[in-house]
Design a protein around this ligand. Structure first.
Ligand code: CP
Ligand code: NVA
Length: 305
């Protein structure tokens, strides 16, 4: 494996499968791995808020015998208080791994470039690879096999969507993305995903209406219309995305037992209704739980290299 996990594209198909297999062992037998990272420390450099990512990494490393130090924006204001390279080089002398959540993607890349220890992307404006791994691990648990399934992503072509496209292309999952005009995933992401998809048989299609995209879907995935850092666009986005809500009517167009996913946090009543979050189709809290198990596997793989 590469030193860092910045993007799903850093991983080969067999590395993804290895992470899933270890995740499932770690999940089944927590005790067996209780010393797997004994005495190791990770630093969490977070420039944005977080519930799941922060808590699952902190609890995860503790359950593996190690510890975590949280560094919020007040402590480390990347590139403002000091150069990103100096942060990376200094932390490498103290800790065994860094988890970073940043606005600009280039900061995670730069941390990885200058750190001697593994850097894990805990979300940037561009990508959210840990989320995508936990999501597809959840689908494997629910459906046993993911190759060939049809996933419809409804909403903003954002960080979560980008990593989901990468992992789906790698694992042969067909994806229909439906977004308002101008909010589809970027051309770079689409062309990277499509060129991977060409080798695995996955089909990646972009739509501008939600109903066409969810037809025959086995899974519907959505995320907020307004991501962290875009707060001032919220009113405008609510108007632009209003026909892209995941609700009962949309679900009725998909496969009968279609699973519903959301990375959380959700804005209930905007991109997804209360009713759908709480419905039997929803696997949203299983996804959230699996962040813990999958990230434990990622840390074991990277910190024990
Ligand atoms: N899904 C996710 O990354 O949640 P947080 O922003 O709470 O970490
Ligand atoms: N797209 C969302 C994901 C949060 C986990 C954001 O970046 O805010």
């Amino acid at each position: 494996m590469k030193k860092d996990l910045i993007s799903i594209t850093d991983l080969s198909i067999s590395e993804i499968k290895d992470i899933f297999s270890l995740s499932s062992k770690v999940k089944k037998n927590k005790k067996k791995y209780s010393q797997a990272l004994f005495g190791k420390t990770i630093a969490l450099i977070f420039q944005k808020p977080s519930l799941r990512t922060r808590v699952s990494f902190e609890v995860g490393i503790k359950q593996l015998g190690g510890s975590a130090i949280y560094l919020g924006r007040e402590e480390v204001n990347l590139g403002v208080r000091e150069a990103v390279s100096d942060v990376a080089k200094t932390l490498s002398r103290y800790v065994d791994g860094i988890v970073a959540r940043t606005f600009e993607h280039k900061y995670v890349v730069e941390l990885a470039k200058y750190a001697d220890v593994p850097v894990i992307n805990g979300l940037s404006d561009l990508l959210h690879p840990c989320q995508a791994l936990a999501d597809i691990f959840t689908l494997e648990e629910k459906l046993k096999k993911v190759k060939g399934i049809r996933l419809a992503y409804i909403g903003d072509g954002n960080n979560v969507c980008n990593s989901l496209l990468h992992i789906s292309a790698k694992l042969g999952i067909n994806v229909n993305v439906a977004s308002p005009m101008g909010y589809s995933p970027g051309d770079d992401t689409l062309s990277a995903a499509r060129s991977i998809a060409d080798t695995t048989g996955a089909k990646i299609n972009v739509f501008f209406d939600a109903s066409s995209a969810v037809k025959d879907a086995d899974v519907i995935y959505t995320d907020v219309w307004t991501s962290m850092g875009q707060e001032e666009e919220r009113e405008k986005r609510i108007e632009i995305f209003k026909d892209f809500q995941t609700n009962k009517a949309l679900l009725s167009l998909a496969e009968k037992d279609c699973l519903v996913m959301h990375c959380l946090p959700a804005h209930r009543g905007e991109e997804i209704t209360e009713e759908v979050i709480e419905s039997k189709n929803s696997v949203i809290f299983d996804q959230a739980e699996n962040r813990l198990h999958v990230q434990k596997a990622i840390m074991i793989k990277l910190l024990n290299r």
